[in-house]
Design a protein. Structure first.
Length: 206
């Protein structure tokens, strides 16, 4: 009888362990069934209006950004509180992604001699230095807007690194709910407006 009574606690422990494993497997399966959706940004294709065109070679550096923005997460702001759009991410770190779309925008516009990324190790005539000041959904009471703000400087290598001009570009686009599809679409539209203005401005200094 002592032998059977000593085995009972062990059986209960084994049963609890089996239940824990089953539940753990179910939870793990549920988490795996809800992957984070990935979204991309686009470069403007059409540039209307007459704009100055340069013949110089431009090197586009990766934008600087604060840590909150320097990631692949979509930022949402409500007053002074910052959070992230749930279950959504960009295809790359935002500064790297914006740099790529900047280069493509200059190529699509065809208004300067050549354009390259800083990582290409091309010695250009000019540098485009930028800082992402805002790239977020801004929830204001009952409405939400996508807000993009980028500060830019044109630096001349021909004049020993002299800053030729600087400007801040910003755009706001009405946005829907704080979800991946709505956030990515509205932020992409706002970035497109900024890039069109930025390319037109920079082309006149290169």
């Amino acid at each position: 009888m002592r032998t059977f009574s000593n085995l009972a606690p062990l059986r209960r422990v084994a049963a609890v362990s089996v239940v824990a494993l089953v539940l753990g497997g179910c939870v793990g399966g549920m988490l795996r069934e809800a992957p984070i959706a990935t979204y991309d940004l686009s470069a403007p294709q059409s540039f209307t209006g007459r704009a100055a065109a340069g013949r110089g070679a431009l090197v586009v550096f990766e934008p600087t950004a604060i840590k909150t923005v320097d990631s692949n997460r979509m930022v949402a702001r409500s007053g002074g509180q910052i959070s992230y759009v749930p279950a959504a991410q960009w295809t790359d770190r935002l500064p790297s992604l914006v740099q790529t779309r900047m280069v493509q925008s200059f190529e699509n516009a065809g208004r300067i001699g050549s354009v390259s990324r800083s990582g290409d190790r091309v010695a250009g005539d000019y540098q485009l230095i930028t800082d992402i000041r805002a790239f977020e959904l801004d929830v204001r009471g009952g409405s939400t807007v996508a807000r993009v703000e980028i500060a830019a400087k044109i630096v001349s290598n021909r004049h020993g690194g002299k800053v030729l001009s600087g400007r801040v570009f910003q755009a706001e686009v009405p946005a829907g709910p704080v979800t991946g599809p709505s956030a990515s679409q509205s932020l992409d539209q706002a970035l497109g407006q900024v890039l069109v203005e930025l390319v037109g401005w920079a082309s006149g200094h290169v």
